[in-house]
Design a protein around this ligand. Structure first.
Ligand code: ATP
Ligand code: MG
Length: 411
């Protein structure tokens, strides 16, 4: 992508109405554009990052048998009334009437409609287990939407739902998902702690995936030896004795909840008629679990963890482009040639070909946008048939021969 053609421009000043690091840097870099508090749009650079995060999630969830679907955000009042959540969740769910007076809602999660879907296809033990997931926006009436992508009123979620005949089968799958969640988080370069939390309907605890960060809204107590933690909301003598943990060995930290998985048991299947017949012909409710991870919150978290005073430092796996190529001294012909060669060999390049920007402005934008590798083509480097290469997370630049550039990058 040529910077001269890019839809967005970087901003020198921090947005006045944002406090969080992720909102400031992502806005200044042109990754996101604000609609209102808690509602952001993704511009080309931002969408590129989000898509990379989503594709890592897809690869990992597909590998454990998840099948991708795409559900409606629009919700039917009747179905939510059957589980009593229309009233229970009226604080968080946007609910409204159409002009005939009929009630509708916007999905803040999708347990009800997915259970209805499953009841159309699952009738026998032979149909189980199954796992389906989607990546789509959720809406929540969040009273404190002030941390950029960390807490939106409209935000993206990957939600996976699994359906089982037996508790053992569910327990097995649940552990697989927990393992895969840790791997997803490792791949996007945030290290997470699996954390005991509230909200497991058919288990004592749910599991959260918490990333240590001061901006986080959660307080957790970490057992560093086991790399596990307990959320403050369930932290008491009972949980300590359940886990056989000693208070003295735990460290209190602030953290961001990026994922949360729940054993739902038969709460939804019983209310919505999702049953199967077992080997003996007996009718039983299907046992369910749900698993959420927030790609948008994760993107904000990555920025909170990976930045310096000049901008973002994207991990390579999610960077909008691998290379930020800068041409100086009007050497655009030479720059264009390198840009084309890199693109042809499959390297993702953001090319600063702008003729009306100074070297200083171009370097500042490269640091702000945060691609992992900066390559500069200038009169000085061309005298040595070279370009200058510098990693975003290192201080020193080095020269590399243009003839060896592709080899170096594809290594
Ligand atoms: P929180 O306690 O932070 O409000 P939650 O426990 O209500 O979150 P879940 O229902 O467990 O959230 O949703 C699953 C995942 O979706 C979360 O772990 C998080 O990554 C993401 N998520 C939830 N709410 C938001 C939000 N308002 N903005 C961005 N991401 C969110
Ligand atoms: Mg949660």
């Amino acid at each position: 992508m040529r910077l001269s053609q890019l839809f967005t421009k970087t901003l020198r000043e921090n947005p006045k109405d944002e406090e969080s690091v992720n909102a400031k840097l992502l806005t200044r870099g042109g990754f996101i554009s604000k609609v209102m508090a808690g509602v952001f749009e993704y511009m080309p650079l931002g969408l590129s990052v989000l898509n990379k995060i989503n594709n890592i999630i897809r690869e990992e969830i597909n590998a454990i048998g998840g099948q991708e679907i795409f559900m409606s955000v629009f919700q039917n009042h009747g179905v939510w009334a059957m589980t009593d959540r229309w009233n229970e969740a009226s604080g968080v769910m946007y609910q409204f009437k159409d002009n005939t007076g009929k009630d509708y809602g916007l999905a803040f999660t999708h347990e009800e409609p997915i259970t209805v879907d499953a009841s159309r296809y699952i009738t026998s033990y032979k149909d189980l287990p199954k796992a389906v997931y989607q990546i789509c926006n959720k809406f929540r009436n969040e009273p404190r939407a002030k941390s950029g992508l960390l807490r939106g009123r409209e935000f993206m979620m990957k939600d996976l739902y699994s359906f089982h005949a037996t508790q053992e089968d569910l327990d097995d799958y649940y552990e697989k998902v927990a393992t895969v969640y840790m791997r997803i988080l490792e791949r996007v370069d945030v290290s997470a702690v699996r954390t005991f939390a509230s909200g497991g309907m058919f288990s004592k605890y749910s599991d959260e995936f918490q990333v240590l960060a001061e901006v986080g809204e959660d307080t957790i107590y970490i057992n560093e030896k086991e790399n596990r933690a307990v959320n403050k909301e369930v932290y008491n003598d009972e949980v300590l004795s359940d886990l056989n943990w000693n208070k003295e060995n735990l460290v209190e930290k602030r953290a961001i909840e990026v994922g949360n998985i729940f054993k739902l048991g038969t709460r939804f299947s019983e209310k919505l008629g999702l049953n199967y017949t077992d080997e003996n012909g007996d009718k039983k409710p299907v046992i369910m679990a749900s698993y959420g991870i927030g790609p948008a919150r994760l993107m904000g978290t990555i920025v909170e963890l990976h930045n310096d005073k000049n901008g973002i430092i994207w991990p390579e796996s999610v960077a909008p482009f691998k290379v930020h190529l800068i041409v100086l001294d009007g050497k655009n012909k030479e720059g264009d040639k390198i840009y084309d060669d890199l693109k042809k060999s499959g390297v993702e390049v953001l090319y600063d070909d702008r003729e009306d920007k100074s070297a200083g402005e171009k370097f500042a934008d490269a640091d702000l946008i945060g691609c992992p590798l900066r390559i500069v083509v200038s009169e000085k480097t061309l005298e040595k048939d070279s370009v200058e290469m510098k990693k975003r997370n290192e201080k020193d630049a080095k020269l590399a021969k243009i003839s060896q550039l592709l080899d170096l990058l594809n290594r």
